[in-house]
Design a protein around this ligand. Sequence first.
Ligand code: HEM
Length: 529
Amino acid sequence: MPVVSLTSALVLVSSLAAFFAIRDYQRRRGLPYPPGPRSLPLIGNLLDIPKKFPWLSFTRLSEKHGDVLSFHVFGKVIVVLNSFKASKDLLERRCDIYSDRPVIPIIDMMKWEWIVGFSRNTESWHLARKLLDRSLRPATIAVYRPLLQTKAHDLLTRVLANPDELEAHLNHLSGSLILAVGYGYEVKESNDRKVNAAVKLVHLAGETAAPGALLVNDLPFLRYIPEWLPWFSYKPLARQGYDIGQEVLHRPMEFVRETILNGTAQPSLALENLQETEKLEEPEREKAEAVIARALGSMYLAGTDTTSSSLMSFFVAALLRPEIQTMAQEELDAVTRRERLPTFEDRPRLPFVDAICQEVIRWRPVTPLGLPHLSSEDDVYEGLFIPKGAMVIPNAWCDIYPMLFYSASTFYRAILHDPDMYPEPDTFKPERFINPNGSLREDPVVTSIFGFGKRICPGRHLVDDMLFIAIASLLSVFDIKKGANGTDGGPDMYPFTGTGLSIPCPFTHSTIPRDRRAEELITASAKAQ
Ligand code: HEM
């Protein structure tokens, strides 16, 4: 009897498998999915997507399978785009199909749908996105350049006073800048609650939403595990995320409303946009205010850690190639004559500093996998079938540690580390962006770090300004040298984190004023503030 039951069960399972395979084949009209590693029964390719450095595995696999890969995990399809062309063709040229975002179960549990970067392609996303595009276009943010300059000069004072707290100073710079531009809020303490909440939110997003980070994202039924199973339940994590999210969403807007009432409101995007809503009647006004809160709250969390981490990468690059500091300092000194700190007006005469900024984001992209897009229709790309509901991930990275896994000559094709486009892709070489006549070579590919299509990062122009003024100011007065435990071991000795955002692991450095004149310039700018 048990033998009969087992046979019947096997027949049933095989018939079901055959039924789904035929239905799938018909849906694809016989076209293949993008190639990828062989998948196992039931779990599919779950084990092919590691928690750490997934961008490295994707890049390695693309050597074997090609630029467009697919993975199947518990019946869901994940497509990874490993070339600029494929990302551009799909996410930009076919943006009507690829502008949605997947529902990530843990994000849903934390009720983070209000965050623009995680929102589905809904009317409310569209409204918040429109507000961000309008508020962060180059002409609008140009108004905030004097503020950016003051903040960059304040960074110098902080680094001079306490160079060992570099990470805190850079977080302070990006967090305080976004709070000032967004809400007219002045961060005084290095341990500010609003900045800390944003930083926590970004870290939590990186640790929980990245592909392969949590099992609940692949097996959504796990979200229902009750709290009395503390080792297995995701509910405490969801509650923690919810609380931080609400703080980021509401607290800064409450601050702006208070300052409007007591007449101390500073110019800011919140003020500008709230003034626009004054002419509206309820309930339109309330709805418009909700759009402002979610747009600016998203900006605050998307912009802090990403920007400060890029500046940390700049420090690592400066340690690895000290001679680029000298080259930039010569350029800066010729423009400022060391009579003052650099300003935005100097920018056209500082192409090498600009080249450093471009190379920082190319060399160590802080968001190697960007944010996942979702296909909203079945599609065919170069004879490969991409189903509706597939998660589509652009991989901007290449292997950061090729030597660890393969021979030195083995480099992997991917967008920003494509050796055809960027010879010696793992070497920090700002010179690659300088034309023979000394001008800056604009490179449209580098902007792929900001994503593609309708979902492209709306903060990219602000990032461009922030990196420029921070790096120009730092290099004009500081020498960045190896610390006591500094290393001559090359890039592998300065590892980066492998989940979510790619950030330098703690490293030692000795950042000291170039000379007495440099110190005087910093002190004079602090007095002038
Ligand atoms: C180095 C700094 C930054 C990097 C590398 C970066 C990168 C990205 C990437 C890759 C995306 C996803 C794009 C896509 O899905 O195709 C994104 C989205 C976004 N970024 Fe940035 N970003 C940075 C800084 C900023 C700043 C300063 C702001 C705001 C002031 C900002 C606001 C946003 C927002 C709101 C989204 C979500 C857009 C949407 O889904 O519609 N980012 N960013």
